[in-house]
Write a protein that binds this ligand. Sequence first.
Ligand SMILES: Cc1ncc(COP(=O)(O)O)c(C=O)c1O
Length: 328
Amino acid sequence: MNDLTPIPVQEIAAKAEEHRPLIRDPGWAEGAAFIIDRFVPLGQAAVPITDLGFLRGDAVYDVVSVSRGQFFRLSDHQARFARSCSRMLLRNPFTPEKVARLLNALVARTGLKDAYIWWAVTRGSNPALPADRLHSDRFTNRFYAFAIPYVFIKDDADRQAGINLHIAKDYIRIPANAVDPRAKNFNSLDLSMSLFEAGRHGAGWSVMTDGNGALAEAPGSNVFVVRDGRVMTPELGCLEGITRLTAIELCRETGLEAAVGRVTVDDLMSAEEVFLTSSAGGILPVSRVDGVPVRQGVGPVSAKIHNLYWERRWQGWHGLAVDYGAVE
Ligand SMILES: Cc1ncc(COP(=O)(O)O)c(C=O)c1O
């Protein structure tokens, strides 16, 4: 196999035995949810309409993935989730051990070997007394979660050809002193609007800046550039992505220098290679920025990190086996 081409992950997943779901009650095949205090099939999951997570985006969440029956870096996702809760003065009603058991039970119910698992803590509904709204400890925060078949934000063909990345011009990523993007939160209209802007320009995805020439992040993903053989990703204005951390580890393991710091729009425009990282699909190479070809297109670094990401995961690296017998 040519080492420098991203492997067709979806094609492999569609064929290989290790990805085949276990046969379970078909009622759960589409997905399983946990709503406040009970499990329900995905299609029956509903949120109380006065929940402030729904009304005001007052909530934090996280997403972990399962491939070949193994959670990837679950403890890192849980640690980040705890930081998101603490930054937004939310209290998870469940302990980390209980959350891990609930997430496992959701995947076990679906029988999925490749899954996308989302969970959130919302503020809950407003307390009865208006004066209580001034105190975060007077709210009853609520827990929600679901597991569904794994989600790729782009397909094999896009990963192999690379996408056209549009730099958002009409919108900036929300600043940390407005809604801190290090807390994975529900306030994402800036990201959504940037995607629609990219769509109007015929691009495949968007990336956002801080409005002062520095890159921040992309919808659902962090951004990396390779310049003079050095790999760089923004430090500020973005989520501390777990796939970003993984890509940095893989770069360093491979002998590549990887730095977290200020990365400018000029760095992006003059990069040898560009890629995005996300739990929803792993590593996504970029071959054009604003329609201008990236110097090396889907180059050796992007392809190598892409392939290592999946190969190492499938070997069990940072993995935790789903217990398909455990249904909480
Ligand atoms: C805004 C944003 N940035 C970056 C990421 C990537 O983070 P991770 O690699 O942990 O999925 C996400 C994930 O969904 C995200 O929503």
